[in-house]
Design a protein around this ligand. Structure first.
Ligand code: NDP
Length: 364
C-alpha cells in the first residue's frame, strides 16, 4: 500500500514537472513514450461535448482522435470540429473493430451508467486502455467483470473521478495523511443540484442507473473515502422522493451515514432537488473544508488556522486525462484505478440495502 501511494505521488510529481517544463524550465521527468495517446470518446452527450472534448484540446499527453456514437447526425459536426478522420469513427456495433486501429490507445466510456460495464469490456477486449466515467457500474459484479477484462487484456482501467486530480482536493488528502490538523473525527458532505429532467432522461430510470445516489452520491462517498484514506465498515441510509411524477422509481434524495474504523463518521447527502456542494472535515486539532468541493470549476476552501485554499484554474478534466495518460505511458498505477470505483459501488449496494430496510445499519 505504501509503495502504491509513493508511486502515485511520483505520478503527481511527474505531472507537475512536465507542466513546469511548459513555462521554460528543464523537464525533470522525460516520458518514455513521447507521442500523445489517442483517445476515443464513446458517447457524445453533455459531458463529452462540453467538458471532455474541450479538455482534450488542453492536454499535453493525449488528444481526441476518435468517436463512438449511435447518432449519425453528430458525426460530421465532431469530425469538422476536431478533425477526426473517417477511419476513427465508430458506432456501438463496430466499436470492437478499434482493435485494428493503432490511432486509438484509449477509449473513454461516457455513456449512461447501465452501459459502462458492457462498453468498457468491449474496449478492453479490443486491446485499448479504458477510462470509464463514474459511477463505475451498477453493481459489484459488473465492476469485477470490467477489472477482469482489463487484467486479461493487460490494459489500464481508470475511473473518471476528476476530484482526485484536483489541487485543493489533493491538499486535503495530504492533510488527512499527514494529520496536519490532527486525527479526523468527522466528515459532512453533500452533493446535489435542483434539476428538472426531460421525460426520456436516463437519470430518471433505475434500469439505466438513474437516481441521485448513482449520479451525485458517489461524490460525498468517494470524498469520505479519499479524505480519510479508510474504508467504511458500516452504513445506514434513507432515500425519498418529493417529485414522484419526475422520479417514480429512483431516489431524488439519499442521506447516508458511514462509519469508519476508529469511530470516524461521515454524514452525507445527495439530491436531484437541492443545490449543495460541500465537504467539511473536523479533526482533533482543527478543521478544513472545501466549498464547492466537486463542481467543474471553482473548488476552494479554508482551514481553521486561516489558510486559504484558492481556486486552481486548471481544467480539471485535462489534468485528469493527462495524469491518466502519464500512468499509461510510464506504466504506473493510475490515480483512480478500477478498484476505487468498485469500492464505492460496494458501499452503494449497502446504502440501497439499508434504505430498503428502513435505515438499519448494514455492515460493508
Ligand atoms: P448524456 O445523457 O448527456 O449523454 C449520454 C450519451 O450516451 C448520449 O448523448 C448518447 O451519445 C449515448 N447513449 C448511448 N446509448 C444511450 C441510451 N440508451 N440513452 C441515452 N444515451 C445513450 O449523459 P452525460 O454526458 O451527462 O453523462 C454520461 C456519463 O458521464 C454518466 O455516466 C455520468 O455519470 C458521467 N458524468 C460524469 C461527470 C463528472 O464530472 N465526472 C459529469 C457528468 C456526467 P451518442 O448520441 O453519441 O450515442
Amino acid at each position: 500500500m505504501n509503495n502504491h501511494i509513493t508511486r502515485k505521488n511520483f505520478l503527481f510529481k511527474a505531472g507537475s514537472a512536465v507542466a513546469v517544463s511548459a513555462i521554460g524550465f528543464p523537464s525533470i521527468i522525460i516520458p518514455k513514450k513521447k507521442e500523445k495517446l489517442g483517445v476515443a470518446l464513446a458517447g457524445l452527450g453533455n459531458y463529452s461535448t462540453n467538458w471532455l472534448a474541450p479538455g482534450l484540446l488542453e492536454t499535453r499527453h493525449c488528444e481526441l482522435r476518435g468517436i463512438v456514437t449511435g447518432t449519425p447526425s453528430k458525426i460530421p459536426v465532431w469530425q469538422e470540429q476536431y478533425g477526426i478522420p473517417d477511419r476513427n469513427v465508430y458506432n456501438y456495433e463496430s466499436m470492437h473493430e478499434m482493435a485494428n486501429n493503432p490511432d486509438i490507445d484509449v477509449v473513454y466510456i461516457v455513456l449512461p451508467n447501465h452501459l459502462h460495464a458492457r462498453y468498457s469490456i468491449i474496449g478492453a477486449d479490443a486491446g485499448k486502455h479504458v477510462w470509464c466515467e463514474k459511477p463505475m457500474a451498477l453493481n459489484v459484479e459488473e465492476c469485477r467483470a470490467m477489472m477482469d477484462a482489463a487484467n486479461k487484456n493487460r490494459v489500464q482501467l481508470t475511473i473518471g473521478y476528476r476530484m482526485q486530480h484536483e489541487t485543493n482536493t489533493r491538499k486535503i488528502i495530504r492533510f488527512g495523511q499527514e494529520k496536519t490538523y490532527g486525527d479526523i473525527t468527522g466528515i459532512r458532505s453533500g452533493g446535489g443540484f435542483n434539476g428538472s429532467f426531460r421525460d426520456d432522461a436516463w437519470r430518471r430510470f433505475p434500469e439505466f442507473g438513474g437516481g441521485a445516489l448513482f449520479d451525485m452520491g458517489v461524490y460525498p462517498l468517494n470524498a469520505s473515502r479519499y479524505s480519510t484514506g479508510l474504508e467504511p465498515v458500516s452504513v445506514r441510509a434513507t432515500q425519498h422522493t418529493d417529485r414522484t411524477e419526475m422520479f417514480p422509481d429512483v431516489d431524488e434524495h439519499t442521506d447516508f451515514e458511514l462509519e469508519f474504523p476508529g469511530g470516524i463518521t461521515a454524514i452525507c447527502e445527495c439530491s436531484f432537488g437541492k443545490n449543495m456542494d460541500y465537504l467539511d472535515i473536523d479533526c482533533t486539532d482543527g478543521w478544513y473544508r472545501l466549498r464547492p468541493f466537486q463542481s467543474f470549476r471553482g473548488v476552494q476552501g479554508e482551514t481553521s488556522d486561516g489558510t486559504q485554499l484558492p481556486v486552481d484554474p486548471t481544467h480539471h478534466q485535462a489534468r485528469q486525462m493527462d495524469n491518466d495518460s502519464l500512468a499509461i505511458k510510464e506504466k504506473l498505477p493510475p490515480v483512480v484505478p478500477g478498484e476505487e470505483g468498485l469500492a464505492d459501488i460496494n458501499v452503494v449496494e449497502a446504502i440501497f440495502k439499508s434504505a430498503r430496510s428502513g435505515g438499519e445499519w448494514v455492515n460493508i
